[in-house]
Design a protein around this ligand. Structure first.
Ligand SMILES: CC(C)(COP(=O)(O)OP(=O)(O)OC[C@H]1O[C@@H](n2cnc3c(N)ncnc32)[C@H](O)[C@@H]1OP(=O)(O)O)[C@@H](O)C(=O)NCCC(=O)NCCS
Length: 149
């Protein structure tokens, strides 16, 4: 992520304060939307791109070297159909994961290390390590040997 405007550089630095912790060399775009950031842990060398939404209530953990592309949303909350009340379940996104643009990661999901989620996916169930998964709901298309390949 290359930020040319000094104003964006300052905003990108300040946004780090919203989180519980952010690792070294992690870049967070200034226009990322953050909810309950003090429940969000992000590892080293990650990239959280433009217009991503991260809602952390209940707990959100992102490993190292993970890339979340623009307009994706990671949402720990959902509306219980019966009670119409909000509920929350923690989300864990492993290291070396790539979530391509416009994807939604739902409450309670665990995405395994090295997996890739194709653009426009809706991930409602756990995704194992080292797979390419895509679709709504996301399903495993194929296995990967080394992750980001
Ligand atoms: C991750 C990505 C590049 C993988 O594409 P790919 O290399 O063409 O994927 P594959 O060749 O392994 O495709 C396997 C299957 O999944 C399908 N597929 C791939 N990406 C898909 C998507 N986003 N939505 C629906 N189906 C998809 C392919 O059509 C193919 O289907 P088939 O087996 O029926 O022929 C692509 O899914 C993607 O997300 N592109 C957008 C990248 C992006 O967000 N960039 C932002 C800047 S970082």
């Amino acid at each position: 992520m290359i930020l040319k405007n000094p104003y964006d550089v300052v905003r990108s630095t300040l946004i780090r304060r919203k989180f519980k912790s952010v690792g070294k060399n992690t870049a967070i775009a200034p226009d990322v939307t953050v909810g309950d950031g003090k429940s969000i842990i992000i590892g080293d060398n990650c990239c959280i791109n433009q217009y991503v939404s991260l809602i952390g209530k209940g707990g959100l953990t992102i490993g190292d070297n993970t890339h979340i592309s623009s307009y994706s949303a990671v949402l720990t909350g959902f509306l219980d159909f019966k009670t119409r009340k909000h509920k929350y379940k923690p989300i864990t996104i492993g290291s070396d994961v790539w979530i391509a643009s416009h994807s939604i990661i739902g409450a309670g999901v665990i995405i395994g290390r090295g997996s890739i989620i194709g653009a426009n996916s809706t991930v409602l169930h756990d995704i194992p390590a080292l797979v390419f998964a895509v679709g709504s709901p996301a399903k495993v298309k194929r296995k990967l040997v080394k992750g980001l390949e």
